[in-house]
Design a protein around this ligand. Structure first.
Ligand code: GLY
Ligand code: MN
Ligand code: MN
Length: 463
């Protein structure tokens, strides 16, 4: 945990920016996998972590009563009978002390407390809940029908939290960098140890072990696949063969909950084939061009479009596309090969604060998210500020289903050489992803440098 001053300061800024009312923050509970007591790994809510530092205790709530200047942590210490199963647990009072809460109350008092505040006419603020259990509990606590929870969320609270969480402090950057270093270690292991004859899962399992040994866990399910053309295709029992291109997108979350998220693409055998190298270098050039453009004040949407143009220019050079690159991007023809966004914010979540709503995190009232295919998956469009942490992850994905459909629809025929593209329907996909912090004049890649050129990757795979 950070010092209690950090958490008190964060709550104090939040109080000032909302001005009045009662803010209710549910922590996460355990989540059952296939029967009640068989749980998925516990994952605390990220906003809860941000304001309390408490990552490992389920079933907590905290409230900030701005009008009474009160902050209360609600929860219960395990009973002796519960500790038969769990062993000793640090008392809640100790956590409360470390995160600067003056009052701890039993969870059994939460409902009465909230109803009495509502009766007094206090305005209640809450974030949109994303888990079924939280939805049901909040609906009961606030006496709001389930179907109205979303519309009655507090947009003022969302905006205030985004304004805080989007700017990473020096102590947060240390934590993020640690998660990124564990992430880079996972990728280095994958690039050094993957061999033809291994299954995707055999490698993914070893990467998960590195994340867990780093003190936390993976920050999202590992994508490790020879079918990188499918954007979030998780590792399977598929056996890798010489000639396959392996796309590995994985990340670690550190003990305090901060995430890393990187991607490397490498050959299953010793070397990239010439055509794999060509496509890889197009993606790498777009990646480097996008990174060079990052600075405060630039819209990430414009960086996304710049990267898209570089991808198209590279594909024109390789005779897979044709015409004018700017016109192709304006027509959306690049989305045949780059169907998603260039990147996203990162912090306590891999896709930071996505549960609060992309319209508040990645966009502004003036800059709305596009609904067009491709751009609708760009999670961040707004102007960058110093101390944003984000990913840059362009890619080229030869999805055979999309190629067939777009061809049959007669789409992008001015820009796509479909006959040449036909041969790429078994190529796979390439993505190169780094995590960066925006500085006063540009950006810095977080973490220890990791092999990124085809030469550096082949050297790492020298077997
Ligand atoms: N790992 C998911 C992503 O890169 O956004
Ligand atoms: Mn990723
Ligand atoms: Mn990412």
């Amino acid at each position: 945990m950070f010092s209690k001053d950090t958490y008190k300061q964060r709550r104090s800024v939040l109080k000032k920016s909302l001005g009045s009312g009662l803010i209710i923050f549910p922590g996460n509970g355990e989540s059952s996998m296939n029967y009640k007591d068989n749980w998925y790994a516990f994952k605390q809510d990220s906003t809860f972590i941000y304001f309390t530092g408490i990552t490992q205790i389920p079933d907590l709530y905290f409230v900030i009563n701005i009008d009474d200047n009160d902050e209360i942590l609600f929860g219960d210490n395990p009973t002796a009978e519960e500790m038969v199963w769990t062993g000793a647990k640090e008392p809640l009072e100790s956590f409360a002390q470390k995160s600067g809460f003056s009052t701890v109350k039993s969870k059994s008092e939460l409902s009465k407390y909230i109803s009495s505040q509502i009766k007094k006419g206090q305005n209640v603020h809450y974030l949109p809940p994303y888990r079924a259990a939280q939805k049901i509990e909040l609906s009961q606590l606030l006496n709001i029908p389930l179907g109205e929870l979303e519309t009655r969320k507090s947009v003022a609270l969302i905006r205030a939290i985004v304004a805080l969480r989007e700017l990473k402090t020096p102590e947060e950057l240390i934590e993020i960098e640690q998660a990124v270093n564990t992430t880079a270690a996972m990728h280095k292991f994958a690039m050094q140890h993957t061999r033809p004859g291994m299954s995707e899962m055999e490698i993914a399992g070893k990467l998960q072990a590195i994340a867990i040994a780093g003190g936390g866990n993976t920050s999202f399910p590992i994508i490790l696949t020879k079918d990188g053309q499918y954007l979030h295709n998780h590792a399977s029992t598929t056996i890798l063969k010489d000639g396959d291109l392996v796309l590995c997108d994985c990340g670690a979350e550190n003990v305090m909950g901060y995430a890393g998220d990187m991607t490397r693409t490498f050959p299953a055998g010793k070397r990239f084939s010439p055509v794999q190298k060509d496509i890889y270098n197009v993606v790498l050039h777009a990646h480097n061009t996008a990174i060079a453009a990052l600075k405060p004040g630039i819209k990430f949407l414009d960086v996304h479009l710049l990267a898209s143009k570089k991808l198209v220019e590279g594909l024109i050079d390789l005779k897979l596309m044709k015409g004018n690159a700017d016109d192709a991007v304006a027509a959306g023809a690049h989305t045949l090969f780059f169907q998603c966004g260039l990147g996203h914010m990162m912090g306590l979540d891999t896709h930071d604060m996505e549960n609060l709503g992309e319209e508040y995190v990645g966009y502004t009232p003036e800059l709305k998210k596009s609904t067009a295919f491709g751009l609708k998956s760009l999670r961040l469009g707004k102007e960058l500020k110093k101390d944003f942490v984000l990913t840059v992850e362009p890619g080229l994905y030869f999805n055979p289903f999309l190629i067939d459909e777009r061809r049959a629809q007669g789409m992008y025929t001015d820009f796509v050489n479909y006959d040449a593209v036909e041969k790429f329907k078994t190529f796979g996909g390439v993505r190169v992803e780094e995590d960066l912090v925006i500085t006063a004049t540009g950006s810095t890649i977080l973490g220890e440098p990791l092999a990124k050129t085809t030469e550096a990757i082949e050297n790492l795979r020298n077997f």
